[in-house]
Unconditional design. Structure first.
Length: 341
């Protein structure tokens, strides 16, 4: 088979995009209020079905205030509008993944984007490094830490729905997250001009996509998208556009959730197109387990007819190897398939 056919990013885009008709926009109002109500149980069923098929869904009435989200967007735009010199002063490294970066790799291919990552303040048990913040902009730090807290609250509530969909107690996975999670927020900026244009670096190859195809490594992802389309999900040999829904957050499962569910839930392959005419911004929050967590299929999805599909995965080690691949080409990127029995 030719390399082109092996490259998922070269597969065609669906001519007719049915994704908005098949993937639910789920109202979380009742789920956040009373998870035992009929409306909440309906939402839980929809979430479980979405996780078993497309691997993502969108949520409205999610409890994060519109005024807060507007401020997050304002601060995000302001950060990427800073002079290049100020952004480079916040540059991440292999040793410390927190801060700014403009030549990230996905599947060892350079992405056409700029990013800024941060985690819980004063708590990084994997890398033992501190967040980097623009010193002249204190409101940026305050807003972003508030956003991480709000996303954590929502993410833990969705985690309960994920567990209920697997016939587990709602808080079954909470001990792996509460107070010790290694989640983080990423600010994405997709410019129309290559940020490395005219700059000679070790990563000067062509950046032909905003983000090349990948799955998210952790438990689940909450994503804010702006009004510019570009996110696509891969299924059955075709790419499908993921539309933006006003007031909604996009949710997708990650690799660790696929392992916990023993492949009942799917971590979707997705990518972002390169921006040629309009800039795009997005803000994902990755809810990741504790650094010392061993991830293995949960009891409710394992029996004699369906044994465990995976050996236990040490999350801290897995996450460290995955982020190394973001920074530079250190060989094949670690995948959950490496742990398949």
């Amino acid at each position: 088979m030719t390399p082109e056919l092996n490259d998922i990013d070269r597969q065609p885009v669906a001519k007719h995009n049915p994704v908005i008709k098949q993937v639910p926009v789920i109202d979380l109002a009742e789920l956040l209020h009373d998870s035992s109500s009929n409306a909440a149980l309906t939402a839980i069923d929809k979430i479980a079905q979405a996780c078993k098929t497309w691997g993502f869904f969108q949520v409205i009435n999610h409890g994060i205030a519109t005024t807060h989200i507007e401020e997050v967007w304002k601060q995000t735009h302001a950060l990427f509008a800073l002079p290049t010199k100020e952004k480079l002063a916040l540059m991440r490294s292999r040793q410390n993944p927190w801060g700014f970066y403009n030549h990230e790799l996905t599947k060892n291919q350079r992405d056409k984007k700029e990013v800024f990552d941060f985690t819980l303040q004063d708590f990084d048990p994997i890398y033992h490094q501190a967040n980097r913040w623009p010193r002249q902009h204190p409101q940026f730090k305050a807003t972003m830490l508030a956003h991480l807290e709000a996303c954590t609250t929502l993410g833990l509530k969705l985690l309960e729905a994920f567990c209920l969909g697997l016939n587990l107690p709602a808080r079954f996975l909470h001990p792996h997250f509460e107070g010790t999670h290694t989640g983080f927020v990423r600010l994405n900026y997709y410019p129309t001009k290559d940020p490395l244009a005219g700059i000679s670096t070790d990563h000067s190859g062509t950046a032909d996509l905003g983000i090349h195809h990948h799955t998210d490594a952790g438990g689940l992802t909450l994503l804010l998208q702006d009004h510019v389309t570009g996110l696509q999900v891969y299924r059955d040999g075709l790419w499908y556009d993921v539309p933006t829904v006003k007031g909604a957050m996009t949710v997708n499962t990650g690799d660790m959730m696929q392992v916990w569910s023993n492949d009942a839930y799917q971590a979707p392959i997705h990518r972002v197109l390169a921006m040629d005419h309009r800039e795009r911004y997005s803000i994902p929050f990755f809810l990741n387990p504790a650094a010392d967590c061993l991830v293995a299929p949960v009891p409710s999805v394992v029996d004699a007819k369906n044994p465990r599909h995976y050996k236990p995965i040490g999350w801290g080690d897995f996450r460290g190897k995955r982020s190394d691949g973001d920074f530079a080409d250190y060989g094949a990127e670690v995948q959950i398939s490496d742990y398949r029995i």
